[in-house]
Design a protein around this ligand. Structure first.
Ligand code: F0G
Length: 462
């Protein structure tokens, strides 16, 4: 190789099985979008060409994971796959005790119910939809303590997932540490654009947590992606393996909730893991009411086996570099055409900045929702709104929250699509951008009470 000449890298896998995709016409997709009330959650998967709705449960399992499926021990109690999963959690994530759940929100429900008392305050590095709802249903109030840069799509801060200690201290001084059951810390913060927290910030939080005797609960859903950013952006970690960094992150916290449908690449599954025996005993007792016996918690034995293998695969450097690299590739293609996206690109998705994309649509007419629908109609690519619809209404005033971030998320499943799919996606969005002035806002025709973004229906204004 000539000195200084760039060598490309490709997906670190080859394809053993394929799932054909259906191509449709614009007229057909227009009809599908209307029938779905302009909500991409209500489209049929068969009518979607490239599905970037979510990276949750949509990743491709490896041949080893599929082999693990055949080793499912479907005993009601004491399945050997549970013990393999327990070993993997201890080895890679450091936590002592694990309670399996059907997915992430199952773990959030149990943890929130056990740890939160009425009128407690739960600080976190930005909300996540289901996490905040479970905190509120348990009687708590969520308080956002992420740094201001996280709310600014154009800030290029390398660790937009960091905690702002002034905000955290303000809360502690106002309500007292005994009203704070735990600090809720997500790695690679989803709603901020898949943005990481730094190890330095987490270490500082550990000091704070010890000083005030407030535990840290980690939303570990995308911890491997966060570890990759630490490796490439925090100098003292450049020679550490992803596995070592993941282990260190987890060791700085007291427990985790995990949606295993993301980083560990299974179609269904999750768990709660803690180091405190008392919390574990309560959780193990509660899981039998809501999920299943404590050695399966809503998962089949085969799913626990695939998960144990997926945890190990998620911390492989070649895998995670290609995963985050694909997100960066798509982001760069859009940037090259001047399309406004959240900077820097995150770990699991490219987020379009719908405020800047559609400045003529007021936030209460849901620009991100309208943009996601338009991208589907134009290109068959399915994305997701992450803005005013997702954030919901302030329960006190009944007004929409109108968050600073009004985004459309193009979420990449792991190991599913190739670079050519990214090219086609970018071209479709560029076409929408050229016609952006014609896009109209939306109004609700049906608004569900909880997590409204999943099932809401809209019609076009004007
Ligand atoms: N925490 C984070 C950070 C998540 O992204 C999710 C799910 C959950 C918790 C809940 O886990 O779905 O297994 O019950 N996020 C999906 C998404 C739905 O598309 O971002 P779950």
């Amino acid at each position: 190789m000539q000195k200084g000449k760039k060598r490309s890298w490709a997906e670190p896998f080859k394809i053993k099985m394929v799932e054909p995709l259906k191509m449709t016409t614009r007229e057909y997709r227009q009809k599908c979008a209307e029938e779905a009330g302009y909500n991409t959650f209500l489209l049929k998967s068969a009518d979607v060409y490239i599905d970037l709705l979510t990276d949750s449960g949509t990743s491709a399992m490896s041949d080893r994971q599929w082999a693990g499926i055949m080793l499912g021990d479907e005993a009601y109690a004491g399945s050997r796959n549970f013990y393999n999963l327990e070993d993997a959690v201890r080895k890679f994530y450091s936590y002592k005790y694990i309670v399996p759940t059907h997915q992430g929100r199952g773990a959030e429900h149990i943890l929130s119910t056990i740890m939160i008392k009425k009128d407690d305050y739960v600080p976190g590095n930005m909300y996540f939809t289901t996490t905040r709802l479970h905190q509120e249903l348990a009687g708590g109030h969520f308080i956002d303590v992420i740094i201001d840069e996280a709310h600014d799509p154009n800030s290029e801060h390398p660790f937009k997932g960091n905690v702002d200690f002034d905000k955290l201290e303000d809360l502690r001084k106002k309500v007292g540490a005994d009203k704070i059951p735990y600090v809720c810390i997500a790695t690679c913060v989803n709603m901020a654009g898949g943005q990481p927290i730094s190890m330095a910030n987490l270490k500082k939080l550990r000091e704070w947590s010890k000083e005030h005797n407030v535990p840290i609960i980690h939303d570990a859903t995308r911890v491997a992606e966060n570890a990759y950013f630490i490796k490439v952006r925090e100098d003292e970690y450049k020679d550490k393996s992803i596995a070592e960094i993941v282990y260190e992150i987890c060791s700085l916290t007291d427990g985790c909730t995990m949606s295993a449908k993301k980083d560990p690449m299974v179609n269904i599954g999750g768990f709660l893991a803690v180091n405190d025996k008392e919390i574990f005993d309560k959780a193990r007792n509660m899981v039998v009411i809501y999920e299943g016996l404590h050695t399966y918690g809503g998962m089949a034995g085969r799913d626990m086996e695939a998960l144990a293998i997926g945890i190990e695969e998620s911390v492989q450097y070649d895998h995670i570099r290609a995963r985050v690299g694909q997100v960066e590739y798509l982001g760069q293609k859009l940037l090259d055409e001047g399309i406004p996206i959240v900077m820097p690109t995150g770990g699991h998705a490219v987020f379009l900045n719908a405020r800047e994309f559609l400045p003529h649509i007021d936030q209460d007419q849901f620009p991100a929702q309208a943009l996601a629908a338009e991208i589907y109609i134009e290109s068959g690519v399915r994305s997701m709104e992450r803005g005013n619809v997702s954030k919901g209404r302030n329960p006190e005033t009944g007004e929409n929250y109108r968050p600073a971030l009004e985004l459309v998320r193009l979420t990449l499943p792991r190991r599913v699509y190739t670079q050519a799919h990214m090219d086609v996606t970018a071209e479709g969005i560029i076409d929408v951008y050229e016609k952006r002035e014609n896009i109209k806002g939306l109004k609700f025709v049906y608004e569900p009470e909880y997590l409204r973004f999943f099932q809401a229906r809209f019609e076009k204004i004007g």
